[in-house]
Write a protein that binds this ligand. Structure first.
Ligand SMILES: [Zn+2]
Ligand SMILES: [Zn+2]
Length: 397
């Protein structure tokens, strides 16, 4: 059987690349995606979508009613923001904005989303139910998904979403492959700040002080015991202190120290454990050494949890295009993703689409100044998402 959307997607290949490169040359930071959102809204309008702009500040929602009877609504999500990175690639489509770069591939996501919009609009007479496109701002740590949810993207703009799907292009996976899993696939994450309050003094007279550097050092070491001794060995998590700032001079004992880090987990149990043990250890260690601490843990993002039924549909759609051997069902990463906020409210699937090509030297990690993608992944993303959305509207998953 031929693929229902492959020909449509391949016919768009050049346009997808052109769109992606235009967006790549004009990257915009989170909640500042004004040009990008304008392009999205214009294109959706031209394709006959009902468009709602300014959702979650710079987000855009597109609604398309199918021509067949059906009461399901499927939400497809595409993030739009770039990163504060100076691009190091020497390519014709290099970022034209100093210090800002699409180094995570969200330019590709917008291009794929517009391709999906185009193909599904062509086939709308055969579709039952409603397509809801969510073009999201500010995925990179600023809460764009939640901002759109608060503005009603799930249940107040158009019919409530019954299923939600999305993808991330991946430089960790080769072109022509996809990776996902049922259950928690990406970690919950939160920012951590620990401030040690000691007593400063002369570097030669430590007995008159409470040395914040010594206290901070002990806390860093003690935090390592959480993963080693507290977390269930069957589960995994991360406690990282990525920055420590204390002291000004070699002969002055520091009065305070500020440590910043991140905590990651997949299960609710481990998330709760980390949020309890990090402050306990910091407070008790500081107390043992005569200091006090202030511990702040941000609310953070949920783990990205894939529901079983829609994930099996997505896996079928990916296999139908890429072949059974090229779809992995056991991928998991301690990276985080704010689409988790949608998947916490609507059953759905998020998956990784391979965009790496070692032969072309396209393999730099995400958030790296040399990040790039093999653009041949763009029509693949369009075909897989159109197929999965159609299956879902027909009642699968
Ligand atoms: Zn990213
Ligand atoms: Zn990303």
């Amino acid at each position: 059987m031929s693929h229902p959307y492959l020909a449509d997607a391949e016919a768009l290949a050049q346009e997808l690349t052109a769109t992606r490169r235009d967006l790549h040359m004009h990257p915009e930071m989170g909640f500042e995606e004004v040009r990008t959102a304008g392009i999205v809204a214009d294109r959706l309008n031209g394709l006959g979508y009902e468009v709602v702009a300014g959702v979650g500040k710079t987000g855009v929602v597109g609604l398309l009613q199918g021509g067949q009877p059906g009461d399901r609504t499927v939400l497809l999500r595409f993030d739009m923001d770039a990163l504060p990175i100076e691009e190091a690639n020497d390519v014709p489509y290099r970022s034209q904005t100093p210090g800002v770069m699409h180094a995570c591939g969200h330019d590709a996501h917008v291009a794929i989303g517009l391709g999906v919009a185009d193909v599904l609009a062509k086939h709308k007479d055969q579709l039952p139910g409603t397509i809801k496109l969510m073009f999201q701002p500010a995925e990179e740590g600023l809460g764009g998904a939640l901002a759109m949810i608060e503005d009603g993207v799930i249940d107040r703009i158009g019919p409530p979403a019954d299923r939600a799907i999305g993808l991330h292009v991946s430089s960790q996976h080769p072109l022509g492959t996809a990776a996902m899993r049922v259950g928690p696939m990406m970690a919950a994450g939160a920012r951590l700040t620990i401030t040690v309050h000691g007593k400063g003094g002369h570097g030669a007279m430590p007995h008159q002080t409470v040395d914040a550097v010594v206290v901070a050092s002990q806390i860093v070491n003690m935090l390592q015991t959480i993963m080693a001794r507290n977390v269930d060995p069957e589960d995994i998590g991360v406690v990282t202190i990525g920055s420590i700032h204390a002291g000004e001079a070699g002969n002055v004992i520091a009065e305070s120290a500020v440590m910043q880090g991140t905590i990651r987990s997949f299960t609710a149990e481990t998330k709760a454990l980390l949020r309890r043990r990090v402050p306990e250890i910091a407070e008790m260690t500081a107390a043992a050494l005569g200091a006090t601490v202030t511990v702040e843990i941000s609310e953070g993002i949920d783990a990205t949890v894939n529901a079983e039924a829609p994930t099996l549909v997505m896996a079928d759609a990916a296999r139908a295009l890429l072949g059974a051997d090229n779809v992995s069902m056991d991928f998991r990463t301690t990276g985080g993703e704010d689409f988790s906020a949608v998947l916490a409210r609507v059953p759905g699937n998020y998956f990784f689409l391979g965009a790496r090509n070692d032969e072309k030297g396209i393999n730099a990690p995400h958030h790296n100044p040399r990040f790039d993608i093999d653009e041949a992944c763009l029509p693949q993303g369009v075909a897989i998402l159109c197929d999965a959305a159609t299956r879902i509207l027909h009642g699968e998953g």
